[in-house]
Design a protein around this ligand. Structure first.
Ligand code: BG6
Length: 479
């Protein structure tokens, strides 16, 4: 179903995110018939560029990030693009931008720029009368780098826009399986009654990447895995796994429940966290630089890996450990949530009661799907021997008719146009997440903590294994 006609202005329209994600996402939605022909996408940036140049830039972006497309479709899409030179910190270009915007269509502004420019852009949009109560703005992470800066940013945004107009993107919330997580939990009778500390032994959330910091060293070295991944992506996954059922699938009902989870998270003592930094690797493809080399800072103490154990002090989860880990340059790309149920209290089969344990694995990427690990009798005449087998649900239906896999950005941008904030973070959620993360990071800084080195291509620092092994548990997924 096509969304309403819209004008989408992308500040930072010639930037990396626009090239890699936003423009390809819009193209795919156009191709799928969801972006209507009357929609307009206006690139806005400081550089002098004609609309033709911008279209050529977009065409190259599509060649690279949405390759193999039919030329006719691409040309049709490019006709929807426009460009305007705007100085975020000055007065140039704002009048031109105003002239391009149409009345009576949905108006959205995507702030795909450094956060330092958010306030300037918001102020100018409002000074020049380019926004009204129905306009939407989309902001990317990093949303602050601690509680104080996030609060300041929220306050600035609040002086120009109502919270209902602000769409803070966490692209993990746009991933297919993440939404399926809610469907699984709240659409089945099977799981919810067991979804608590009485039946769940512990939960693991792994977001492992094989890539290193690449060309983003400058940003990443001031951030680290805790700020870059845990405070936002892993926290959001944790919320969806742990939250109470919202009364309805409505943006504030869902976000209220997520917020309660974050507020109930216990502080993490230092011996429940492992930080790591990847070392250089020599393999068939050549030499891969160490983290320190990649960021150009030989003394860097920034972590490219973190594993931690936390608990949630509420009625449902008291005492159940949640183990979170994420890192770069690990042996496999794998984002997975494992819900590990408690073992049977007693075995009637002569096996050890603790030998078998149901698991529910929710795979975000790659190979999206859900696997329920169940225990059955080993087939054959060998007697009553038990084995664990997977009941596998792979989400092939997540693929469109053309085999295209809808990217998180496609879904999220269309939600902005539809005015649905369910999959976006509210300001208080972001602040609560920082309030939990800040003491951890401040602790590292005050102790001058040095991350443990780990071999590129490994499962991370050995100490991360101990975090679980101490309690007789082990990581699932990559080991
Ligand atoms: C981004 C982080 O938000 O998420 C990156 O800044 C990380 O460091 C990326 O690589 C991971 O996203 P995905 O969708 O590839 O899992």
């Amino acid at each position: 179903i096509p969304v309403d006609p819209f004008d989408l202005v992308i500040f930072g329209g010639t930037g990396d995110l626009a090239r890699r994600k936003i423009l390809p996402a819009l193209f795919h939605r156009f191709h799928a018939g969801q972006m209507p022909a009357e929609a307009r996408v206006i690139g806005a940036a400081r550089g002098e560029m004609s609309t033709e140049d911008f279209r050529a830039f977009a065409a190259e972006a599509l060649d690279e990030f949405a390759p193999g497309q039919d030329r006719v479709w691409v040309d049709e899409f490019l006709q929807r693009l426009d460009y305007v030179t705007v100085d975020a910190r000055g007065e140039d270009g704002w009048g031109d931008l105003g002239e391009k915007l149409r009345p009576d269509v949905v108006r959205a502004f995507y702030f795909s720029v450094a956060p330092a420019l958010f306030a300037d852009i918001a102020e100018r949009l409002s000074q020049h009368g380019l926004t009204d109560a129905t306009s939407r703005i989309v902001v990317e992470k990093p949303f602050g780098k601690n509680l104080e800066t996030a609060r300041a940013l929220n306050r600035t945004m609040a002086s120009y826009f109502d919270e209902s107009q602000i769409y803070r993107i966490d692209h993990y919330l746009g991933k297919e399986t993440v939404q399926n997580l809610m469907a699984i939990r709240f659409g089945n009778m099977l799981f919810e009654p067991l979804w608590n500390s009485q039946f769940v032994d512990h939960i693991q959330i792994t977001v492992a990447e094989t890539v290193g910091v690449g060309g983003r060293g400058e940003y990443y070295d001031t951030s680290g895995a805790m700020r870059d991944m845990v405070q936002n992506h892993l926290m959001q996954l944790l919320c969806l796994i742990a939250m109470e059922p919202p009364a309805k699938f409505d943006p504030d009902a869902v976000r209220d429940e997520k917020l309660k989870v974050i507020r109930a998270l216990d502080p993490v003592p230092p011996h429940h966290i492992v930080r790591g930094q990847y070392e250089e690797l020599e393999d068939d493809e050549g030499r891969h630089p160490s983290y320190r080399e990649a960021v150009g800072n030989p003394r860097s103490r920034t972590e490219s890996y973190v594993a931690l154990r936390t608990t949630i002090s509420n009625w449902r989860w008291a005492g159940t450990p949640f183990y979170l880990r994420t890192g770069k340059r690990l042996k496999a790309r794998s984002s997975v949530i494992n819900v590990m149920f408690k073992p049977m209290p007693h075995s009637i089969f002569g096996t050890e009661a603790g030998e078998h344990q149901n698991t529910l694995s929710i795979r975000l990427q790659p190979n999206e799907g859900i696997t329920l690990g169940v225990t059955i009798k080993e087939p054959g005449p060998g007697g009553m021997r038990l084995i664990d087998v997977p009941l596998d649900m792979t989400f092939a239906e997540a693929l469109g008719p053309d085999g295209h896999h809808a990217d998180a950005y496609e879904r999220l941008i269309m939600d902005v146009i539809r005015g649905n904030q369910t999959l976006f973070m509210r300001g208080d959620e972001v602040e609560a997440a920082w309030a939990w993360t800040d003491p951890i990071i401040e602790g590292w800084e005050s102790r001058n903590d040095v991350p443990k080195g780990y071999a590129s291509g490994s499962a991370g620092p050995a100490d991360a294994e101990l975090l679980l092994r101490r309690n007789g548990r082990e990581w699932r997924g990559i080991n």
